[in-house]
Design a protein around this ligand. Structure first.
Ligand code: SF4
Ligand code: SF4
Length: 346
């Protein structure tokens, strides 16, 4: 594998070649004063300097709605597998870490063919952050930089050139035909300065403990008053779940056609803050209480999911939930720091 350096003009040609390769290229573009991943039609629309996208790129690997299978009522069924090759361009390190976590979760227990098909056919070109967003705290969560999961890592160097480092054969194949110059030792050093800078700058909310301490912190926090205090203001809108790169809960429903002969089994995103998330047959709701739902989200991030993926914390510090929550109560750092204070007092 090799690392190369692009001038801006060469980089534009590289992105144009990706678009012309025929595979859909999904990349961050400006949208009403914010940024969103979408199909890239022209290289100049890709924003290397975006701060954060409204939704994370996970939407291409786990779509908001998808058909899992179609069936004849009382008859045969067939699985729907629609994965096509795709390029995700410009994935920030914290979103890459979230995808790495989802890969692990969807691979274990019940291997999820729908997710994994898509993941295997996707080429990911990650991008070190150029502009920190107003609520990012990736540095606190150890996700300001990333070392795995991508096929190519892009870094905008202080002189404005772009370093592209291939991590897989898939990535190398994309770089090989592009016009560029081999990266020199000085370019790799310049990249290190970008990484060092981001390790400090991507920290708009500072977690007062190491992320690895969170499962222990939550061990004795189940009855803490913070859950009730925060949840009093919660609308149960589920926005904090919907924008989160590590939330992966879904609902599965059968939709039968009007003639009652055929049907589709669909899955769509669900969210643990929504009132009916934990409702089961017989209309029993295991988490009817808002505070219980509010607490559940923070326990998922800091204790339950880490228990399934070797201790990795399922909050990557993107800050999207903080921005999305109109009640201003979704900030995980505020809650965890509050628990830390009380732990110290105790
Ligand atoms: S976004 Fe805020 S108000 Fe909405 S469910 Fe989440 S915590 Fe509650
Ligand atoms: S909990 Fe909030 S900050 Fe953490 S990964 Fe999810 S959206 Fe981002």
């Amino acid at each position: 594998m090799s690392a190369v350096k692009f001038t801006r003009k060469q980089f534009e040609s590289f992105v144009s070649a990706l678009i012309q390769s025929g595979r859909p290229v999904m990349a961050p573009q400006a949208k009403n004063g914010r940024y969103a991943f979408g199909p890239l039609a022209a290289a100049e629309e890709f924003r290397l300097d975006y701060d954060v996208t409204i939704l994370p790129p996970k939407k291409y690997l786990l779509p908001q709605t998808e058909t899992l299978l179609t069936y004849q009522v009382g008859g045969a069924c067939s699985s729907v597998r629609d994965a096509e090759p795709m390029i995700l361009l410009g994935v920030h390190p914290y979103d890459m870490v979230a995808i790495n976590q989802m890969d692990e979760l969807f691979r274990q227990d019940q291997y999820d063919k729908h997710y994994m098909d898509r993941r295997c056919r996707t080429t990911i070109i990650a991008l070190d952050v150029v502009t920190p967003s107003e609520n990012v705290f990736a540095a606190s969560m150890g996700t300001a930089t990333v070392k795995s999961g991508y096929d190519i890592l892009l870094t905008v160097l202080p002189d404005g050139s772009i370093l592209a480092d291939a991590a897989t054969d898939k990535g190398q194949e994309l770089l090989d035909p592009a016009e560029s110059t081999p990266a020199a030792e000085a370019d790799l050093k310049a990249r290190k300065t970008v990484w060092d800078k981001n390790e400090k700058a991507l920290n708009k909310h500072v977690l007062e403990c190491k992320p690895s301490y969170l499962p222990k912190l939550l061990e004795n926090a189940y009855d803490h008053p913070v859950w009730e205090e925060k949840a009093r203001l919660c609308y149960s809108c589920g926005s904090c779940n919907q924008v989160c790169p590590t939330c992966y809960c879904f609902d599965v429903q059968d939709q039968v056609s009007w003639d009652l002969k055929t049907g589709e089994r669909k899955r769509c995103w669900d969210g643990c803050l929504l009132e009916n998330f934990a409702t089961v047959a017989g209309n029993h709701n295991f988490r009817k209480d808002r505070a219980a739902r509010y607490r559940h989200r923070l326990y998922r991030k800091g204790k339950y999911v880490p228990g399934k993926i070797g201790g990795q914390i399922a909050c990557v510090g993107c800050g999207r939930c903080i921005t999305a929550c109109t009640a201003k109560i979704a900030n995980p750092v505020e809650v965890y720091n509050r628990l830390m204070e009380d732990t110290e007092l105790g």
